[in-house]
Write a protein that binds this ligand. Structure first.
Ligand SMILES: [Zn+2]
Length: 239
């Protein structure tokens, strides 16, 4: 991708002069020499806690939803935060500090993993949408950058307008478990303008982190209700 080459060749070295980069995981200084990741040192990259137990993510969703309400077929994650919570800093910087390259670079890794596990036969990739007010405030949806990279590896287009997020999710911790379910389920909808692009199609949902799987599952439900035939999901990290 041309724009990323420009970032690699011109923008990053320039930024390096202005502000030395540090590994988001361990804090060590990252020098000018080649690194696989812009914001992660080689040591931390080698120790990335690769997620292997994919059944666990499906089980988790089954614990939170009735069997009939489970919309996802396959769920994958690149790494696990379970015993390596320091890697959460990568997600934090991607989300709140504008370090979109973290999403792109880890997205390439996620794409390779999806390719190896045969999760690569979708019609389109859909980044989990954030509310437009939040997007305006933050300037971007972090899941879009992950999706962009996955799209390049799998050669499947990104369709970011199919799903809409209707409103802010209230802070989940203040709600009862029933309210929590209602709160999320009414948030995601298929944009009626794109309904024809959903019918009969297979989708891959992409997000930064999967916790209970509730967001993914609700998005999946909205897509199936609109006529999609299969929905899978993948995140950078599972918490
Ligand atoms: Zn490090």
């Amino acid at each position: 991708m041309a724009s990323m080459n420009v970032i690699d060749q011109i923008v990053n070295p320039f930024l390096e002069l202005l502000a030395p980069r540090h590994c988001e995981v361990c804090g060590s200084h990252i020098g000018d020499e080649y690194h696989r990741f812009t914001y992660m040192c080689e040591k931390c990259a080698d120790r990335l806690p690769v997620f292997t137990d994919t059944d666990l993510l499906r089980t988790r969703i089954f614990e939170n939803f009735d069997k009939d309400d489970v919309s996802l077929t396959n769920v994958q994650s690149l790494f696990s935060l379970k015993s390596a919570f320091q890697y959460m800093e990568l997600i934090h910087s991607l989300k709140y500090y504008g370090k979109k390259r973290i999403g792109y670079e880890l997205g390439l890794e996620l794409g390779q993993k999806l390719m190896r596990t045969s999760m690569n036969d979708h019609d389109a990739i859909i980044p989990i949408p954030i509310h437009h007010a939040r997007k305006r405030e933050r300037g971007y949806n972090q899941s879009f950058y992950i999706s962009k990279a996955v799209s390049e590896i799998l050669e499947i287009p990104v369709q970011e307008h199919i799903l809409k997020r209707e409103r802010y999710t209230k802070t989940q911790t203040l709600l009862s478990s029933y309210e929590r379910k209602i709160n999320v389920s009414s948030v995601f909808q298929v944009n009626p303008k794109y309904i024809d692009e959903v019918r009969g199609k297979k989708f891959l949902l992409i997000d930064d982190v999967i916790t209970t799987g509730s967001t993914f599952n609700h998005c999946g439900m909205a897509l199936l209700e609109a006529g999609a035939i299969r929905v899978d999901a993948a995140a950078l990290a599972s918490a």
